[in-house]
Write a protein that binds this ligand. Sequence first.
Ligand code: PHB
Length: 406
Amino acid sequence: MRLRTVLSQALVVSALGFAMTSVQAEGTLKIGLVAPFSGPFAAYGTQMYDGMKTYMSLNGDEVAGKKIEIIRRDTGGSGPASAKRLSQELVTRDKVDFLAGYGLTPEAQASGSVAEASKTPMIVMNAATTSIMDKSKYIARVSLTTLQGGDVMGRWAAQAGIKKVVTMVADYGPGIDAETAFKKTFTAGGGTILDSIRTPLNNPDFGPFMQRAHDLKPDAVFVFVPAGEQSISFMKNFREKGMSAAGVKVIGPGDVTDDHVLNTMGDEALGVITTHQYSQAHNSPENKKFLAAYAKVNPDAGPANFMTVSGYDGMDAIYQVAKKLNGVIDGDKAMTVLRGMHIDSPRGPITIDAKTRDIDQREYIRVVERVDGVLRNVEFEQYPNSKGEDKFECLIPELCKKLSKG
Ligand code: PHB
């Protein structure tokens, strides 16, 4: 009797185990999207979500037999506490298969412990500080690092004959990474840093900082501001202080000439030179396909930008994992698939580094020009990867000749 009970229980368990697996395979694949959808950085969440929807429009809303469900959660800004709480709720209550999004570094840094404790793969779609990767071995990044942007810009500026620079960066992780990397490669190439100014993350008044930079008479101001509204106000202050008239250049990672707001800045953005991974003007079949689908899916949204592309590529990563694991997501197995993953992105080919789980990608040197009546980040030179080599490749000879020495 007793033996029979044990046996029948074992059968129930195995039947249930089987039933659960098949229910899972027929069920949903849940993605928790944690990002700002309100507050000063409200656009970030929507940009990522629009990119994710664009990917689904081209690849279907099912993968490995599972319907995709994206659960959006609004952090309201850069708040680490709310991002962590929302990530925790998504894992414990909604039982998401993936965490994704994270517009700002503090959101990602605070949520890493949730990914680590729950073994939930966390796909970072923007937050760009290098140290985020140390928070959990379940984090993979498909976006960018400002360290790479600063590093490559330092190399480029030195060889382009820029001698004296004032750096002006938002006073938190990605700004400090950009500043540190730029200073290192720019001074190694013979450049001089006149001053390093740091501005508050939220609602900075650039006026007094710009006055200080103006008085130092630099050849260029190296800037990192979080993409969006702040770049508009930075450029406005730059012009009002007479910096453009004095011939001072603006250089920096491409967040300052974010495609989403570039045309709102107007002509003062002309000539700004940046290093970044994505421009709407990127000339490739993958980008054309992406932009056409984006316009169809999001007819009322503003221009697609690098965060939209990260949302799109993040979905590609999730689909690749789901396919490999037949729709049953195990954190450790998912990370094995993510390590070394290759994606043919609208920005160009990208890889998730097998060791660091961080993005390895090309960086483009771009200049803002008017093309067919609209402002564009025109890519004129490229830099191959995130490995810190001195290797620039010219894409548009007239522009290389005009803007770069090498
Ligand atoms: C970040 O907080 O890591 C961040 C925010 C906006 C950007 C880039 C990085 O444009």
